[in-house]
Structure formats: structure tokens, C-alpha cells
Write a protein that binds this ligand. Structure first.
Ligand SMILES: Cc1cc2nc3c(=O)[nH]c(=O)nc-3n(C[C@H](O)[C@H](O)[C@H](O)COP(=O)(O)OP(=O)(O)OC[C@H]3O[C@@H](n4cnc5c(N)ncnc54)[C@H](O)[C@@H]3O)c2cc1C
Length: 341
């Protein structure tokens, strides 16, 4: 029997960042991930965008979250020997004069008007563009590098094999203080945390080839994220009513219609995928041990912002596990248990 501090069930961006923080704190972990097809982290473009909404408001806690995320991903790059974090200009092409004016009327430390045109003859941009200073995380590089680093087990964590003991858990050949579920969109089916209110939503994206190269993220309805070699991630759709996780013709048509409004060049579709975002009703992370059974915990609810939220939320959760520091109430799962009482 091997003894670890915590077992993590799931290694998307949530399980990866939680595992990183645990290891940084000197904890021993065992990680299970079965690589399921609808995992959001395997499709996400990893964009970190400091502003959101039509009024370009700075995102929730961004000034705290971003420096921590930047330092964390840089430290992971150094430890794992992979490049995963790229600061990028988000080149917002205005669909209307009103959008351009709203951008000008709501300045933020992250917004600038461009000095010159970068995409003449390539993009349809009669109202010009504005730059937001953002970034993106290459989850396609980060997740396998972390899995290899910690020897993650490529297996399904089977709830039926979990034994709850007086002072911890036993799972097959492992014993630990607790299991932390980082299962993404699978968590609504978790019998222990099934009552947490999830509003999962399906997102689809295309992979396309363009006849030009850029390091910018380009946005106008659709968002283009460079993948290298003139290929781009183009997405994404949001659907709350869906029957399965397969890519749909409707989503492809929607993204292609937006591409046609953006591009003056031809494009070639070379891929189309779908995944499910694990979103809660308040779009905040969900972190904590079960209030009635502290041998079980959850780290989830990253919604559409896993790359920016997970490093900070993981730091807070591990601070709670090790030092008993309070988890910020906005992300503490007790908000759901209190509401249910
Ligand atoms: C189309 C799309 C675009 C997105 N774009 C962005 C973006 O640009 N920026 C951003 O920050 N976020 C983006 N997101 C959101 C982001 O993907 C999520 O916030 C994040 O990936 C959620 O991570 P997670 O680890 O909680 O869940 P997941 O990524 O779903 O990971 C859960 C993992 O747990 C594993 N698992 C589940 N159950 C078990 C089990 N029983 N045993 C073993 N393993 C198990 C799964 O295989 C999976 O690997 C996007 C999402 C989508 C769908």
C-alpha cells in the first residue's frame, strides 16, 4: 500500500494546477486521468483576456489573478522544460462604430489603440481595431508534460473502489487523507457533489489554415488563436441545450459565417471538435472539502476561464488544506451547501 497526501481524480487544467500547488507545498499526490474526449482542457485555446463584456470591464479579480497565473505558468515552464505561456495582443476588430467608441470610452490598463494597421488586405475591418494585452496557455503542451512529470495514471478513477475510512481513504493500492475530484464536466454525476449546481455548456471550435502568420489573437465574433504553421484555433460556440458531445453542422456553420465576416483571404477547415465547459451558476470556481465528509473534496467550476482562474483558486485551496486559511467565499463550495440547507 502506497501512502500519499491526496489523490486527484482528473487532470485537466484544474487538476494540473491543483497538483502543481500541492507539490510546491511539499505534498505527495497520486493523479488519475482517463483522457475523455469531452474534456474542456483538451479543446480550449487557453486565452487569458483581461476584459470582458460590451463595456470592456476588467475581469473579476484580474489584477490579482493575472500576476499569479503568469508567475505560476513561468515556474511550470522552468520545471517541466516546455514553453506554455505566451503574452499576446488580442486584436479586436470592431464590427460597428459603436463598439469602437465603447472601447475608447472605457479605457483600462490593458487596452490600447494600435499605432498602425497590421492586417491590411487580410481582414475586413472598416471600423478599425483595438488591442487588449492578453495571453494564452498551450494546454496541449502543459497537460501531457505535467502528467509525465508526476507519473499520472491513465485510468478512470472508479468511485466503487473508493473506501472511506475513519482518518482518510483507501483506493486500490493507495491510501490518502482525501480524494479531490477535478473531473470537469463529469462532476455533476459525482454522487458526493452532485448537488452542486452546475450549468455545463458545450463549446465547439474549428482548426483552420490561413495564408498568413501572426502572433496575435484576432477577435471579431469568432476568435482566432495562432497554433503555428499558419494554422489557427477558431471558436467558440456556447450551447446550454445539447444531447451529445459530438461536433454539429450548426456550430460549424455559425463559426464559418463569422470567419467570412472577418477574413478577406480564403481559409481551409482542417479540424472540428466539441467539449463541455464545467460552469457553475455564478461562474466562479468551486473549491473545498465536503463539509460533512472531509475525506472528499472538489476543485471545479472553471467555466470558460480555467487558465486564468485555476492558478489562483488552486493556491487558495492548498492554503486551506495545509494551513487552514479560509477559502475566499466566492469560490468556497460551502456557498452551495448553505444555499441547500
Ligand atoms: C471550446 C472551448 C473553448 C475554451 N476556451 C478557453 C479559453 O480560451 N481560455 C480559458 O481559460 N478557458 C477556456 N475554456 C474553458 C476551459 O477549457 C475550462 O475552464 C477548463 O478546461 C476546465 O478544466 P477542468 O480541469 O475543470 O475540466 P476538464 O478539462 O474537463 O478536465 C477534467 C479531466 O478529468 C478527467 N476525468 C473526469 N472524470 C474522471 C474519472 N472518473 N477518472 C479519471 N479521470 C477523470 C477527464 O478525462 C479530464 O481530463 C474553453 C472551453 C471550451 C469547451
Amino acid at each position: 500500500m502506497e501512502t500519499v497526501d491526496y489523490i486527484l481524480a482528473g487532470q485537466g487544467v484544474a487538476g494540473t494546477l491543483l497538483g502543481w500547488e500541492m507539490r510546491q507545498a511539499g505534498l505527495k499526490i497520486a493523479v488519475f486521468d482517463d483522457g475523455r474526449a469531452d474534456a474542456a482542457s483538451r479543446l480550449a485555446a487557453g486565452i487569458i483576456n483581461p476584459v470582458s463584456g460590451r463595456l470592456f470591464e476588467v475581469s473579476w479579480l484580474y489584477d490579482t489573478i493575472y500576476p499569479l497565473a503568469l508567475a505560476t505558468y513561468r515556474a511550470m515552464e522552468a520545471a517541466l522544460g516546455v514553453s506554455v505561456f505566451t503574452e499576446r495582443d488580442i486584436w479586436n476588430v470592431w464590427p460597428t462604430a459603436q463598439m469602437r467608441d465603447a472601447f475608447a470610452a472605457h479605457p483600462t490598463p490593458y487596452s490600447v489603440f494600435p499605432e498602425g494597421e497590421r492586417y491590411e488586405g487580410l481582414l475586413e475591418a472598416p471600423f478599425g481595431a483595438g488591442i487588449v494585452k492578453g495571453a494564452n496557455v498551450d494546454l496541449g503542451a502543459l497537460l501531457p508534460a505535467w502528467a509525465a512529470h508526476i507519473g499520472a495514471r491513465r485510468e478512470t478513477f472508479e468511485m466503487a473502489a473508493l473506501e472511506l475510512k475513519d482518518h482518510g481513504v483507501v483506493y486500490k493500492d493507495l491510501q490518502a487523507k482525501a480524494v479531490i475530484f477535478c473531473e470537469g464536466a463529469a462532476s455533476p454525476r459525482n454522487p458526493w457533489f452532485g448537488k452542486l449546481k452546475f450549468h455545463p455548456n458545450k463549446g465547439e471550435a474549428l482548426i483552420i489554415r490561413l495564408p498568413f502568420e501572426t502572433a496575435d489573437i484576432i477577435k471579431k465574433g469568432v476568435t482566432l488563436v495562432p497554433l503555428g504553421d499558419q494554422t489557427y484555433w477558431a471558436g467558440a460556440t456556447f450551447a446550454w441545450d445539447y444531447t451529445d458531445i459530438n461536433p454539429t453542422n450548426e456550430a460549424r456553420a455559425q463559426i464559418e459565417a463569422q470567419l467570412q465576416q472577418l477574413l478577406l483571404t480564403p481559409y481551409e477547415v482542417i479540424g472540428h471538435r466539441a467539449a463541455v465547459r464545467p460552469t457553475g451558476p455564478d461562474r466562479r470556481p468551486m473549491a473545498g472539502l465536503h463539509p460533512h465528509n472531509p475525506r472528499l473534496g472538489i476543485f471545479n467550476g472553471m467555466g470558460s476561464k480555467g487558465c486564468s482562474l485555476a492558478p489562483w483558486a488552486a493556491r487558495k485551496f492548498v492554503g486551506n488544506l495545509i494551513h487552514g486559511e479560509a477559502i475566499p467565499p466566492e469560490i468556497d463550495i460551502n456557498r452551495f451547501f448553505r444555499a441547500l440547507r
